[in-house]
Design a protein around this ligand. Structure first.
Ligand SMILES: Cc1cc2nc3c(=O)[nH]c(=O)nc-3n(C[C@H](O)[C@H](O)[C@H](O)COP(=O)(O)OP(=O)(O)OC[C@H]3O[C@@H](n4cnc5c(N)ncnc54)[C@H](O)[C@@H]3O)c2cc1C
Length: 451
């Protein structure tokens, strides 16, 4: 039991909630506990629609903890002519900046010069970006030759936003749970059948090692890169437009690069756009963009690390792979054709298959737009009235003190790693201290299941 204003949401309540499901038929079952599924759970909970969310591993254990963690309008997408997408992303970014304390402003220096972007094109792009923000500002150019012979003549500075992707998922999940929506981690959809006009989902409870039956009128497939695989299990066709692309990030100590703002630069190998992003105790360098066949291909291999290191060498000749202190990767669910993953649109697509609605693709930044669009489809199918203006919002935040205890009883981590990787997440922003952190909190962590 806890004294906070929020409901207890822990391993204990998870197991109790599973026991109490009984014969209930939900209006909606959401499969997938990443940003897409958690945003949908949240907006349904705000509309008091009876729903349940199931996630096969921990919440945010898929792509939604493997992103660059930016809430951005996508300056780069302007060169592909995606003006409508950029306008929508900027609108969402501004809403999140204003309303969510885990979204903060971040300044980027975007480099220009022979090895980088054309100064006039960047200037034009930034003018357009600021017009789409409705805050016109003439971009200022700062000359700086960075390093002799590096082909850089200067940079422009602009502002976007950043967050922690997994914390954003957890906040949506906790918010939905507090509004009455059941959310289960470590519960995997394995089989499905239709019965008397509703769907019967057989799910495997990975903690208690037993099947759990969930009945629902509608299913939302929000499984990101696993969307085709889950649709197949639901007896639906695979969508040939869906492609998977792996993105790897590598992490260095904060003082390894002497930069104040985040840096947008072009790879010295193939001129792709890369970022260096200072965060807490570290600097994150990313990312790769390579097609993969399987959504489970999370591996960070030597080629990925070498590519990132060699891409940065033109500007930072001292970069060495032995100085990498951690790494992570995520799989982008993309919708489109072509041989170059970087050129495929980052927009999402919702496909209505009758009683299964699938969300393909999308970004962290516009998860609220996806949730509102799904809600509209549900409204028509269930023939109910709904509210969506300014939704979903987040009705949850952490206290400043005693966070570890609070998270254990309000955010349902099951394993120690759930806390260290996706709730705090020390393993990303202070990996060298993760062991100390564990030792210092050993008593509090004893409520969780090992690693
Ligand atoms: C390298 C990289 C960088 C990115 N950077 C940014 C960025 O800076 N800003 C931005 O806005 N976007 C960014 N994105 C995009 C964004 O991260 C993703 O589009 C988004 O996280 C996808 O979320 P999702 O919920 O759809 O998928 P996921 O987060 O993958 O969630 C799907 C979930 O479904 C679960 N699941 C699968 N099968 C089952 C089953 N059978 N039963 C139950 N659960 C199941 C999985 O375990 C998973 O947790 C980036 C993506 C990548 C890969």
């Amino acid at each position: 039991m806890t004294n906070s204003k929020y409901r207890e949401f822990s391993l204990h309540t998870r197991n109790e909630d599973i026991k109490n499901i009984g014969d209930k038929t939900f209006d909606v079952a959401i499969v997938g506990g990443g940003i897409t599924g958690s945003g949908i759970a949240n907006i349904l909970s705000e509309n008091s629609i009876s729903a349940v969310l199931i996630e096969k591993n921990d919440f945010a254990s898929g792509t939604s903890s493997g992103s660059s963690k930016l809430i951005h309008g996508g300056l780069r997408y302007l060169s592909g002519g995606h003006i409508v997408l950029v306008r929508e992303l900027i609108k969402e970014r501004n809403y999140l900046l204003k309303n969510l304390d885990i979204v903060k402003k971040i300044k980027f220096d975007v480099l220009t010069g022979k090895s980088q972007w054309n100064r006039h094109e960047i200037k034009f792009g930034l003018v357009l970006y600021s017009l789409l923000e409705r805050k016109f500002k003439m971009p200022e150019f700062y000359s700086n030759n960075y390093r002799e012979n590096s082909g850089v003549d200067g940079y422009f500075t602009y502002e976007d936003a950043m967050t922690d992707d997994s914390t954003m998922v957890i906040y949506n999940i906790a918010s939905a749970y507090n509004n009455g929506t059941l959310c289960f981690n470590y519960l995997e959809l394995s089989h499905f059948k239709e019965y008397n006009g509703y769907s019967v989902l057989t799910c495997f409870d990975k903690i208690n090692k037993k099947d759990v039956i969930i009945k629902a009128k509608l299913i939302i497939n929000a499984t990101g890169p696993w969307a085709n695989r889950v649709n197949k299990a639901l007896g639906l066709p695979e969508n040939a437009m869906m492609r998977l692309s792996k993105g790897v990030h590598i992490i260095f100590n904060r003082d390894y690069f002497n930069i104040k703002n985040a840096l947008v630069f072009r790879s010295g190998i193939d001129k792709r756009q890369l970022f260096l992003i200072p965060r807490d105790h570290v600097i994150i360098l990313g990312t790769t963009d390579t097609f993969v066949d399987s959504p489970d291909d999370f591996s960070v291999n030597n080629d990925d690390v070498e590519y990132l290191i060699n891409s940065a060498k033109n500007l930072f000749p001292f970069v060495d792979k032995n100085d990498v202190i951690a790494s992570y990767s995520g799989i982008r669910p993309l919708m489109g054709k072509g041989d170059n993953p970087g050129k495929i649109s980052r927009d999402f697509k919702i496909v209505d298959y009758g009683n299964v609605i699938t969300v393909f693709g999308g970004k962290l930044t516009d998860y609220r737009s996806a949730a509102r669009k799904v809600l509209k489809i549900i409204k028509n199918k269930l023939k109910i009235e709904v509210k969506s203006r300014n939704m979903p919002y987040i009705n949850y935040s952490r206290p400043d003190k005693d966070q570890v205890e609070f998270i254990i009883s309000h955010e349902c981590p099951v394993y120690v790693n759930d806390l260290l990787r996706r709730r705090l997440p020390v393993l990303i922003y202070d990996p060298e201290n993760a062991e100390n952190f564990k030792n210092e909190n050993i008593d509090k962590l004893s409520g969780l299941i090992g690693d």
